[in-house]
Design a protein. Structure first.
Length: 255
């Protein structure tokens, strides 16, 4: 069983080791999706030193959130660049609150003007654009062997150009823990599925969701499920998960 929650947060400039915070009161909220919208990270940390508070209040600094349980240890839950940070003094407590985004302002602000010759592979185009987002690496499980028959020109926000390529070549892309994740559209990644049962952290009984999309929506998917579980940093958008319990037939879903 999983008991005794653990959490740690590191802060510093991107690419540096930074300062790691443990042993303080840390609260966090992380929202991840498989879309090109940046993942959201909200942190609340009490009683930091003055110099460390400054680091958390500096926009552009990077935070790394680790979490887990004492029986299994911690793993990286989220990585993001600070958008804003502030400190409130509530004697005797000093509380610092931080908003961060996975990919930071790079996703929102990176711009490009590119022209790719006819026959350029989708992978080559995606790799060139992803480099402009300055992420740590690219994890590809989608087929990017396709190409345009004629030249392709893209101008504007890098995210918008990648979205156009995703729609054309049938992949989904997002930034997960500062890694560009490229997966087949509406298809689980090729990573090993995580088994989620009451014995491995499933809480309650999963709830079936209604069909999404109208009858004329060609992109609609079959109904999914909503499930709650104990904290598990290994669960990432786009990955397969096997959900089952005594009252719910076991099946594989895409997060």
């Amino acid at each position: 069983m999983l008991f005794d929650r653990l959490a740690a947060v590191s802060v510093g400039k991107g690419g540096s080791i930074g300062t790691k915070i443990t042993g303080l009161r840390i609260a966090f909220r992380v929202v991840k999706t498989e879309t090109s919208e940046p993942n959201d990270i909200v942190l609340r940390i009490d009683n930091l030193s003055a110099s460390t508070r400054t680091a958390f209040e500096t926009a552009g600094n990077r935070v790394v959130v680790e979490a887990g349980y004492s029986s299994a240890g911690m793993a990286i839950l989220a990585v993001g660049d600070i958008v804003r940070g502030s400190t409130e003094y509530r004697h005797p407590e000093v509380r610092t609150e931080v908003d961060a985004r996975d990919g930071g302002e790079r996703i929102r602000n990176a711009r490009a003007s590119v022209t790719f010759e006819a026959g350029t592979s989708a992978r080559s185009m995606v790799e060139q654009l992803v480099k402009m987002l300055d992420v740590e690496r690219m994890d590809v499980s989608a087929d990017l062997s396709g190409s345009f028959r004629s030249a392709f020109t893209g101008y504007g926000n890098v995210r918008d150009i990648l979205d156009k390529l995703a729609a054309r070549f049938g992949f989904a892309w997002s930034i997960q823990n500062n890694t560009a994740q490229i997966t087949p559209a509406r298809t689980p990644s090729q990573r090993t599925a995580i088994l989620l049962t009451p014995q491995s952290g499933l809480i309650g009984v999963p709830t079936k969701l209604d069909q999404t999309g109208g009858d004329q929506d060609a992109a609609k998917e079959p109904p999914g499920v909503s499930a709650r579980c104990l904290l598990n940093p290994a669960l990432l958008p786009g990955d397969p998960v096997i959900i089952g319990s005594r009252d719910f037939p076991q099946a594989t879903y895409r997060i």
